[in-house]
Design a protein around this ligand. Structure first.
Ligand code: TXA
Ligand code: MG
Length: 324
């Protein structure tokens, strides 16, 4: 089993161990405000290969490179004025920007799946301190086996990878609970490649421009996390439930009871108060809880599609999609 080192009690020791481990080309799981990431030196091809192998991830699916700040990001990629405005407004935070990589950047092509662009994110908290200490970009996809639910606690990560992982930094439960929102600026267009933990409406409000939804169905992989089946729990998922069947797990929203709850295996409420940010934080952990009680299936009651509800519904659609 991986060593779980608490960053809240002894950050210095945790950081020193992480830097040493990453320096050997070995991936380390780290907390971020969105979900836990499986981090490796983005300039080291062996280290990146280990990430793909550990996750069972297809190599055409590029990794997000994490940076300490915008200055570090600008050493590796070219920021047009609009991308820079987005970075200045929302970094550090749950936003990834896809920008052209500089030819001289040491980020290895394997991390970018050979693309001439790179997805960059500047996280908050201990991840930011680790990036400053390591002083190199960290490629970090969500720290889960490919296709499965993203981890929001150190325990989720350790359970998923077992002996295949040396070290998990524990920073407590992820605050946002959904992966970052991914944007790509194309000319004057801000394209949404993946809805996520930063509400697109908030981006529109702050930047004063529309965010264009990506509807280029069948186009080449623009953001392969957008594969149909993803974020899947073990149990099959039933959406827009208006009742719950005997033995099912119900995950509901807004404190609204559904017929049949007395015979449900378990009833969870993403946010009894109807707060979408709270629902986002709880979503993946509740799916894990449903699996842990051996759910026959998981019924979800409808969740509003506004604000963070866009990203929540995106993840639910993928969790419910036919498994490949
Ligand atoms: O919140 C997050 O974004 C988390 C934490 C750990 O930072 N990371 C994460 O990584 O969700 P991952 O690998 O699970 O998702 C990365 C997504 C994929 O859908 C990938 O296709 C997209 O980012 N991506 C990365 N680089 C890209 C690029 N150059 N062009 C288009 N999409 C890119
Ligand atoms: Mg992922």
């Amino acid at each position: 089993m991986a060593d779980i080192v608490d960053t809240r009690t002894d950050a210095e020791t945790a950081l020193a161990r992480a830097v040493e481990t990453l320096g050997r080309g070995v991936p380390v799981a780290i907390p971020t405000e969105t979900v836990y990431g499986l981090a490796a030196d983005a300039t080291n091809p062996q280290a990146i290969t280990r990430i793909y192998e550990m996750k069972g991830r297809p190599r055409f699916n590029p990794l997000i490179c994490h940076m300490a700040d915008l200055a570090m990001a600008e050493r590796h990629a070219v920021f047009d004025p609009l991308s820079r405005r987005l970075a200045e407004a929302f970094w550090p935070g749950p936003l990834t920007l896809v920008v052209p990589v500089r030819p001289e950047s040491p980020i290895h092509p394997l991390a970018r799946a050979g693309l001439d662009t790179v997805g960059i994110r500047v996280p908050t908290g201990i991840a930011s301190r680790l990036l400053a200490a390591f002083d190199r970009p960290l490629a970090a996809p969500s720290a889960n086996t490919s296709g499965r639910i993203s981890p929001t606690t150190a325990r989720h990560v350790a359970d998923d990878f077992g002996d295949r992982l040396e070290l998990v930094l524990d920073g407590g439960a992820a605050k946002v609970g959904l992966e970052s929102t991914i944007l790509k600026v194309e000319g004057e267009t801000i394209r949404l490649l993946r809805p996520g933990g930063l509400d697109a409406a908030e981006i529109e409000r702050v930047i004063g421009r529309p965010v264009t939804r990506n509807d280029k169905a069948g186009a080449t992989i623009v953001a392969p996390g957008m594969l149909a089946s993803h974020y899947a729990p073990d149990a099959p998922v039933r959406l827009d439930a208006s009742d719950v069947k005997p033995g099912e797990v119900l995950i509901r929203f807004g404190g609204k009871a559904l017929p049949g709850e007395a015979e449900a295996a378990l009833v969870l409420d993403l946010s009894p108060a109807g707060d979408l940010a709270e629902a986002a934080t709880n979503l993946f952990g509740y799916m894990k809880k449903a699996d842990a009680v051996g759910a026959r299936s998981i019924a979800f009651s409808p969740i509003p599609a506004t604000g963070l509800g866009e990203a929540i519904n995106d993840r639910l659609q993928r969790a419910a999609a036919p498994r490949g």
